[in-house]
Write a protein that binds this ligand. Structure first.
Ligand code: PMP
Length: 395
């Protein structure tokens, strides 16, 4: 007898829908087969809809993880010696800084306390004071702190300053509000294993017309071949025209899954899907309140839909994920160095937000684990809180 797999409730990889799982499990098609060409072409078109991007924007589907998307964006938009402003909200904006520094970029950081986000006016000041800034980088949801910032005013400020805006949507895309065309964002990227609801393995980027022009005008030696958008443009254009093409072998099984996953999101409607994430997050927050768990983000407005980053209660053994695992649910420990041993994280994105039973199982496992660790909590009260919230909001 096989043991049932634990429920995967970390902030990516995530539980998959049955249809996505079935698409990923098909025999891998050739990269020139009609079925793959159709799946690739449709995925490009569907990405524009999910990103709410315009027809002139260019989606890129590349085998790799979110970090590959970060490297790719830096390599295509920035030349050594150019300047970037980075809004820092946690571990992943720190990673963006590291990547930019490796490209020889001069980085101006706009920081905040852990669990906070710098106000837009600070970003505006940094853009005005620094001069010659090429691009503004920000993380939509930083997975180490659970902090969600509002990209809309940042994209507007970038536009006003004549600066490109790059938003890391790895822990946000399809789970948080985003309107690439309306907000004038220049790059919004994610990875497949998050709210898009696929297995890991795809870096997904959409570049605006302006971002493509910036690549074309970028001075100096071109980016490494695999990272260069110019390498990928012809094959993406060919696939969209439903023609076979080759640059480097795509992850064909994942592209089959992508077509299906994006299709499921669009069947619900992107705005409705984001709303489903918001309702699931509200249900989880009410459970955490019932368990006296304090979120890492400093305000409700800064609290992401896609995950909960929670402080370990005082006097409780921080090994909460191990205790929760004993109850059949996988959650994540802390990641940000400042709160690594005093926080833990629960993912609620992708297919899981359409499954109230997954949310309940997770809350129950966390509640029981806390009680076993010595906290005076009532698992039933936490489940009632979830049920009440779902009743009012119809998850
Ligand atoms: N940015 C954010 C916000 C992330 O959450 C992650 C991964 N957790 C990354 C970038 C890097 O993605 P990957 O692990 O897929 O390389």
């Amino acid at each position: 007898m096989t043991t049932p797999s634990p429920l995967l409730m970390i902030p990516g990889p995530v539980e998959l829908s049955p249809a996505v799982r079935a698409a990923a499990a098909l025999p891998p098609p050739s990269h020139t087969s009609p079925r793959l060409i159709e799946a690739f072409g449709r995925s490009i078109e569907r990405m524009r809809e999910v990103w709410r991007a315009d027809a002139a924007s260019q989606p890129f589907i590349v085998a790799g993880s979110g970090t590959l998307a970060m490297d790719t964006v830096a390599a295509n938009l920035m030349a050594p010696g150019e300047r970037a402003v980075v809004v820092k909200t946690g571990y992943f904006s720190d990673r963006m800084v590291t990547i930019l520094l490796r490209w020889g970029v001069e980085v101006v950081e706009v920081s905040s306390v852990v669990g906070g986000a710098p106000p837009a006016v600070e970003v505006q000041k940094a853009l005005e004071r620094s001069g010659r800034v090429r691009a503004l980088f920000a993380t939509h949801v930083d997975t180490s702190t659970g902090v969600r910032l509002d990209p809309e005013p940042l994209c507007r400020l970038a536009r006003e300053a004549g600066v490109l805006s790059v938003i890391d949507g790895v822990c946000a895309t399809a789970g948080e509000r985003f309107a690439m065309a309306d907000w004038g964002a220049d790059v919004y990227f994610t990875a497949s294993q998050k709210a898009i609801g696929l297995p890991p393995g795809l870096a997904l980027m959409v570049a605006s017309e302006r971002a493509l022009a910036a690549r074309a005008a970028r001075p100096g030696t071109p980016p490494p071949l695999f990272l260069d958008w110019d390498s990928w443009l012809p094959i993406h254009r060919a696939y969209e025209e439903r023609k076979p093409s080759y640059f480097a072998t795509p992850a064909t099984s994942l592209v089959m899954a992508l077509e299906t996953g994006l299709g499921e999101i669009l069947d619900e409607g992107i705005e409705a899907r984001v709303e489903t994430h918001a309702r699931a997050a509200a249900a989880m927050r009410s459970a955490w309140r019932a368990l006296d768990l304090r979120p890492v983000p400093r305000s409700e407005a800064l609290t992401a839909n896609t995950l909960s980053a929670l402080n370990v209660p005082a006097g409780i053994d921080p090994a909460i994920p191990a205790r929760v695992a004993a109850h059949g649910v996988t959650i994540a420990g802390g990641l940000h160095p400042a709160i690594k041993n005093s926080s833990f994280r629960v993912g609620h994105m992708g297919y899981a937000v359409t499954r109230p039973d997954f949310l309940r199982r997770t809350v129950e496992a966390v509640a029981v684990a806390l009680r076993e660790a010595g906290a005076e909590v009532d698992p039933d009260a936490a489940l009632e809180a979830v049920d009440r919230e779902m009743e009012t909001t119809r998850v």
